[in-house]
Design a protein around this ligand. Structure first.
Ligand code: FAD
Length: 373
């Protein structure tokens, strides 16, 4: 049972992830009284970092902040200073390392091509030979966008592990574009602003929630009636189908299992992110956390990331955006619209993949909309 004063809150915020934390921060600034609860034993949602051996371990997967929006960049910089980390992942395929995203370095490593003209000629020739006009599945789509070598070296086995299905059984729309760069540029993101908060993401969450009442280890559904009675309005950032007791059906997700390992060496792979393309590895990538912050610790911590089928006992990571799930989601969304005192927001309540900068923007927009009513 939650122990709180008999006081009334303006907002009960379910979920202390970025959406809930930004919302609570902004409403507190507007003199609203907020209570933030989370069922986990920590605040921060999926951006939470666990400090081990002096290293910030990204407990729920590697998080790299990037945005083109100066407003959002200034917003997060109120709470933390960012380092100049640039995401430049590598991909291991058939025993050889390649640079990502697909750029002139990758093409040199694949084919020995040195100029954009040479690389374009190889790609275009392969697209002409293996591509189709109207691709019916992911394999045909990838072959039509980038040709055979790129598909077979980087996409096929990786994507099959990610989704647990053959590329020929996956819909073409999963890959809308396959950006190829004809410059020697390994910077994964195109955004102007990028980095990792010095001290980890917890610093941002602590700043956002400073002075706000928070309670962890509280599941909204275990005491829903009492919790709802505490506040005028509820901001709900959990799974939308769970909120409605799955009455229109269950929304599907893809899950991940993270296997963390402490290594008694100071540097395991020399880079924060290495993708493992081949099917012989059940994991899709290895993260070496210290490299996000240029760490000099004597030991290192690595994390292997295993894609998994999802069920209700597992963390829901990626929504599966097929027609069936969208049909179900629309019914929940429609019902949610009619609820005056419940505000739905965040990746789980909107059944949508959001990057961090997008979730912050979405919480700020929601606060503005409500404040202008
Ligand atoms: C593997 C992975 C890697 C990512 N990498 C990046 C990246 O590099 N860059 C980037 O910009 N973004 C990245 N993201 C996206 C980023 O994690 C999200 O944008 C952000 O965490 C979403 O915040 P949120 O508040 O919506 O959700 P969450 O962080 O999931 O917060 C929701 C919170 O609600 C709580 N909750 C749910 N139900 C209940 C309940 N019944 N009672 C109480 N509490 C409840 C949960 O415990 C959780 O803490 C990544 C996401 C994943 C999955």
């Amino acid at each position: 049972m939650l122990e709180v004063n008999e006081k009334k809150y303006d907002y009960l915020i379910v979920g202390a992830g970025l959406f809930g934390s930004v919302f609570a921060h902004e409403m507190t600034k507007r003199n609203k009284k907020c209570l933030v609860i989370d069922k986990r034993d920590h605040l921060g949602g999926n951006v939470y970092c666990e400090k081990k051996e002096g290293i910030n371990v990204h407990k729920y997967g590697a998080h790299i902040f990037h945005t083109n929006d100066k407003k959002i960049w200034d917003y997060v910089n109120q709470f933390a200073t960012f380092n100049n980390y640039i995401n430049s992942p590598l991909s291991l395929s058939k025993g050889k390392l390649y640079n990502l995203p697909f750029n002139m370095n990758t093409f040199y490593q694949l084919w020995g091509t040195k100029t954009p003209e040479e690389a374009k000629a190889v790609i275009n020739e392969q697209i002409a030979k293996y591509g189709t006009k109207s691709p019916k599945n992911l394999e045909e789509q990838a072959l039509s966008l980038a040709g055979k070598d790129i598909y077979e070296t980087f996409i096929k086995e990786y994507t099959e592990k990610q989704w647990g299905k053959k590329a020929t059984e996956l819909p073409a729309f999963i890959i809308k574009r396959l950006p190829v760069r004809y410059t020697y540029d390994n910077n994964y993101f195109n955004d102007i602003y990028q980095g990792i908060p010095i001290g980890g993401y917890n610093t941002i969450i602590e700043g956002l929630l400073s002075g706000i009442e928070t309670k962890t280890n509280i599941d909204f559904f275990e005491d829903r009636v009492q919790l709802e009675s505490l506040a005028d309005k509820v901001v709900y950032t959990g799974k939308i189908d769970e909120f409605f007791d799955y009455k229109y059906g269950q929304l599907e997700y893809r899950s991940l299992r993270f296997e963390h390992e402490l290594k008694e060496i100071d540097n395991y792979q020399g880079n924060a992110v290495v993708n493992y393309n081949d099917s012989e590895y059940a994991f899709t990538r290895i993260i070496e956390h210290k490299h996000f912050e240029f760490g000099k610790q004597p030991k290192t911590i690595i994390t292997r990331e295993y894609p998994e089928n999802w069920d209700r006992t597992k963390e829901a990571y990626y929504p599966i955006n097929n027609d069936d799930n969208q049909r179900i989601y629309k019914k929940y969304k429609e019902e949610a619209k009619g609820m005056q005192n419940i505000i739905f927001g965040g990746r789980l309540a909107e059944y949508r993949y959001y990057d961090m900068h997008q979730i912050i923007a979405s919480a700020l927009t929601k606060v503005t909309e409500i404040s202008e009513l």
